[in-house]
Design a protein around this ligand. Structure first.
Ligand code: ZN
Ligand code: ZN
Length: 349
């Protein structure tokens, strides 16, 4: 098969011919129809994700058709259109059995611990437990765009932060996950402030429904501006980047009893940050919430929101590329937010 293979961190992946995946007993092999390119692919590419072993195939927001099933697979058949969360729970442990497969101790992560979707075919293990069958109304590109960013944003705002109608939400970083969060928060009835240094990302944020967009470089302290605009601070604030600046600003933007959500994966020099424990966490009684991925069992609620038009995922897709163009898609991520979601939709060239 053709694949985009990373041989050395921080160098362009090579578009080349390699062996097809072999299907294990609890696995299926999927022929890729669409795969999103996400900020976490950049972390894998740069060597900042320590799960990645070279040579490696990235890509974790995927959708396609099953072309092979392992001997233990009971719920899915060849020809089924499917998507899958990037965190694959084992399906057997108590965390998986109670809907918390994103914290499964035996988890595999597509495009990180195992090979991902920047290839013509991919093997998915623990398949009966993790695969999500696509309804006819949901196309492959929409499903791939839903992949990690939209599902992660949805779980962050609903299950983790319990965002309520009428509440204020600030979003630091209006790339794929940030714009997804804006769209979902608006559908949930919240008021949203999008914050980013990239003017294209702010334009996209406004387009998908942000009530206010702010460029932090225009203010001495962006959090002060947020607190003034919302008369005391936002109820929920989300750090979509995972760098110290956005973490600190997010925390300071909160009103008393506010909830900070860490969606962006902290890397390199932001893995350990200073925490204003007395001034903010204790005195203002803040909550700090981590979140990562979403279990397959929660996909159906989100797919209903897409189906009934509450959120328009296709509106987030800004670029469609070929498999050989993975390097340019990866390089758009750095410290800055990308604007919208890039999808690979041609896997033969
Ligand atoms: Zn498990
Ligand atoms: Zn991702």
């Amino acid at each position: 098969m053709k694949a985009s293979v990373l041989h050395k961190f921080c160098t362009p992946p090579i578009f080349e011919e390699i062996d097809d995946p072999v299907c294990g007993p609890n696995s299926v092999v999927i022929e890729l129809k669409a795969c999103g390119v996400c900020r976490s692919d950049h972390h894998a590419w740069s060597g900042n994700d320590h799960d990645v072993k070279l040579p490696h195939i990235m890509g974790h927001e995927l959708a396609g058709i099953i072309v092979e099933t392992g001997s233990d697979i009971k719920k899915f058949s060849i020809g089924d259109p499917v998507t899958v969360p990037f965190i694959l729970g084992c399906g057997l442990c108590s965390d998986c059995q109670t809907g918390n497969s994103t914290i499964c101790d035996r988890q595999e992560t597509i495009g990180f611990t195992i090979r991902g979707g920047f290839a013509q075919f991919v093997e998915i293990c623990f398949a009966d437990f993790n695969l999500v069958r696509l309804p006819i109304s949901l196309g492959f590109e929409t499903a791939a765009a839903m992949g990690c960013r939209v599902t992660t944003a949805y779980r962050a705002l609903t299950d983790r932060a319990s965002l309520l109608p009428g509440e204020w939400l600030a979003i630091y970083g209006c790339g794929g996950v940030g714009t997804s969060a804006i769209m979902i928060a608006k559908a949930l009835g919240a008021k949203v402030i999008g914050i980013d240094i990239n003017s294209l990302a702010l334009k996209k944020a406004k387009e998908v429904g942000a009530d206010i967009v702010l460029d932090p470089t225009k203010f001495k302290n962006i959090w002060q501006e947020v607190r003034e605009l919302t008369k005391g601070g936002v109820d929920v604030s989300l750090d979509a980047l995972g760098i110290e600046d956005t973490f600190q600003n997010s925390l300071r933007s909160l009103r008393k009893l506010g909830r900070h959500i860490q969606i962006g994966m902290p890397t390199s020099n932001s893995t350990i940050v200073s925490l204003p424990l007395l001034e903010l966490v204790y005195s203002r009684q803040l909550k700090i919430i981590g979140t990562r991925g979403m279990a397959a069992s929660r996909f159906s609620t989100l797919m209903t929101m897409i189906n009934d038009g509450s959120i328009n995922i296709d509106g987030l897709i800004t670029r469609k590329l070929k498999l050989s163009q993975v390097p340019e898609a990866i390089l758009q991520f750095g410290q800055k937010s990308e604007s919208g979601i890039t999808i690979i939709n041609n896997f033969s060239m």
